[in-house]
Design a protein around this ligand. Sequence first.
Ligand code: UDP
Length: 484
Amino acid sequence: ENLPSQQQVVLFASPGAGHLIPLVELARRLAMDHGFAVTLVMLTGMSDPANDAAVLSSLPSSVATAVLPAVSLDDLPPDVGFGTLMFELVRRSLPHLRALMDGASGRGPVTALVCDFFGTAALPLAAELGALGYVFFPNSFAMISIMRHIVEIHGDAAPGEYRDLPDPLPLPGGPLLRHADLPDGFRESEDPVYAYLVEEARRYGRADGFLVNSFEELEVAMADMFKRDAEDGAFPPVYPVGPFVRSSSGDEADESGCLEWLDRQPEGSVVYVSFGTGGALSVEQTAELAAGLEMSGHRFLWVVRMPSLDGNPCALGTIPGDKDDPLAWLPEGFVQRTSGRGLAVVAWAPQVRVLSHPATASFVSHCGWNSTLESVAAGVPMVAWPLYAEQKTNAAILTEVTGVALRPAARGHGQYGLVTREVIAAAVRELMEGEEGSAVRGRARELREASKRAWSPEGSSRRAMGEVAGKLKAALVNGNGSTA
Ligand code: UDP
């Protein structure tokens, strides 16, 4: 028989739920809406396999998955930092990815390789195979813009001659990004990860295109600028295809009992508090947050994780022990005193469902980009409480450009500062009841409608996704895409 073989797209995911969640949604769209044979390739190590399995359970059965064999990172210094580990993990896994793609080409033409942030060292592989090389950017246009800045300031500088970004850094459409709000790794050229970031950013110009998990109305000025730059050939086309919010989460179990508890709360009354899959507060900060929530007088649902004992706000990669009980670290009597109006759950809540629950009014958030999009899609305004990675940048955009968040100030104290109970209580009250809060709540409602429009039948993100699919299909006709 001469059945036309299906075109293959290989998605290459970086570790962590924050990367996997939107890539699962991209895989779904490419397979279900556009008929591609999709393989989602993952790396071993640096993510919690149980979390990954939960995220993957929502993949359509037509999407294949593959896990690359483990590679050793043992020779790296113990304090090397998360970003460096990610870049090295990718670099060392490339031979395995190459072997996998060689094998895959036996099943039909590989039309495109889509790399994630951290993963663009794989782009030359796509070129070798005659496939298109795309980048899926699980973050904002603003972050791509920062990556372009680090290329610009380096011009022809040789590797090793690294320069600092200007302070403040102007971004199209605002804000002037304060140095302190630059993502981790971008603040000092001496940071070991900076060299990797510069090299990653330098590869961007060679990509055939970008898919960004944002939408036009969320970053209006940015989206316009990138459109113009693509027309002028100054940068590859960047297609805003977001927000990718987990569509499967409706089936997610409610082990913590959050949803049942929310069902019993009045409409628009609950403050949801979560710092994502890796955020960790110090013991002192945990106590202040507890006191602040109590002081605010509002109802709350708090996803409590183990505190950070060494002050590092990023606990990614540490897998909690069986006997760890985060609730034991809350102040004495807190759970009992607030039992009528607060619920503290351990480790994990079905967040997408929590945010879209009618009882949920606001979100004290670490501003991870997925959480941000989920909040925006649900029309829930935020108290921005960024901790690490690019969360401070996201917080700056959310407060200064999109206007959907209030940002309490940390008292300059220690490496990360302390947000006091008074400041927390005031921020929660302002967002829930205040005048400034009212403007933020209004903006959140507007953006919820805009995010719905993005994926409506004629919406900007659906159109952009269609355009990319069209390009991939045409590439094969025009001779791109390797046939085995
Ligand atoms: N998440 C969840 N329940 C939790 C914590 C996180 O469902 O208790 C999900 C959340 O909905 C989001 C993702 O995990 O989709 C976290 O991604 P994000 O980019 O916000 O932050 P990260 O964890 O990468 O810092």
